[in-house]
Design a protein around this ligand. Structure first.
Ligand code: ZN
Length: 291
């Protein structure tokens, strides 16, 4: 696949201590696409889920990409075992970009494309239970969408915990995938995703759209497993983000890796047979990793 003009891809893993074989393949595709089109390849670390963060995992990810020769022009690199950033669109580590996401969350709130949700965990559990009993799809019921401004102000004053949810547009959402062609979803089928968590950290749904725009990513290449849900959310956001000058980039969803038996391949490094594990450990030793 070729493309005209400037192109830029990104590989955006989470530093959770493991790299799935599928993740490595996505990185390879991003790298090859950028090289073929004489474009750029960037590495971005998506570490906004602090609960899943594993110490040393970012360093290991960089070492794995180095080991396989997947060089990149932008993103964190290792210099004397220390992480330093290269490129002019940084920082490329999401936990260093929280102020940027806050700004975009505010814009979405102001424009009524997002809303604060004060629902407690207990209420959400109760709601899901009822939906299950009624054989309905598990979705947020938009209780907080209709909260009057005065009530929101009171809750904020009382420092009640809240998340920010995207208001999915209830309309047909279309986008073009460079492999699958035109893809279309009904917005009503998609949940109002959480964009900012109660701890103030953004979720993937907000952070990756903002970053793809600001880092000028032209082609988003990723696994197809997330195609149905996430791309729709992104498309929904893109409608909003168009107004704020964000663009998103073109989409390329690649198929999953399958075993010969056609079962989904379980390729997380570290879940193999004993023999394979031994080989893996040897390889990890070579790159100086410890997971
Ligand atoms: Zn709510």
């Amino acid at each position: 696949m070729t493309t005209q003009g400037h192109s830029k891809t990104r590989f955006a893993p989470s530093p959770t201590g493991y790299l799935h074989v599928g993740g490595l393949r996505t990185a390879l595709y991003c790298y090859l696409f950028a090289r073929k089109n004489k474009g750029k390849f960037a590495l971005r670390i998506e570490d906004t889920d602090q609960e899943r963060f594993v110490e040393g995992a970012t360093e290991n990810l960089i070492k794995i990409l180095n080991y396989f020769g997947l060089t990149y022009e932008e993103g964190p690199i290792l210099q004397n075992d220390k992480i330093v950033e290269q490129g002019d669109k940084g920082p490329y580590i999401q936990s260093k970009r929280t102020e940027i996401y806050k700004k975009y969350a505010e814009i979405l709130l102001e424009e009524k494309h997002a809303y604060r949700c004060f629902c407690t965990k207990e209420r959400l559990e109760e709601m899901r239970k009822k939906q299950e009993e009624n054989k309905q799809a598990p979705m947020y019921d938009r209780k907080c969408l209709e909260l009057p401004e005065s009530e929101i102000r009171e809750k904020l004053k009382a420092k009640e915990s809240f998340v920010i949810r995207q208001k999915m547009p209830y309309e047909s959402i279309k986008f073009k995938d460079l492999i699958r062609g035109n893809v279309q979803f009904d917005g009503k089928m998609i949940d109002d995703q959480i964009l900012v968590k109660s701890d103030g950290f953004p979720t993937y749904h907000l952070a990756n759209v903002v970053d793809d725009h600001l880092m000028e990513i032209t082609h988003v290449i990723r696994g197809s497993g997330v195609c149905a849900s996430l791309s729709t959310v992104k498309s929904g956001q893109n409608q909003t983000f168009k107004k704020t000058g964000t663009c998103g980039g073109r989409r390329i969803y690649i198929g999953r890796i399958h075993k010969r038996s056609n079962n989904k391949f379980c390729g997380i490094l570290g879940m193999e047979s004993r023999g394979r594990r031994r080989k893996r450990n040897l390889y990890i030793k070579r790159i100086g990793g410890n997971f």
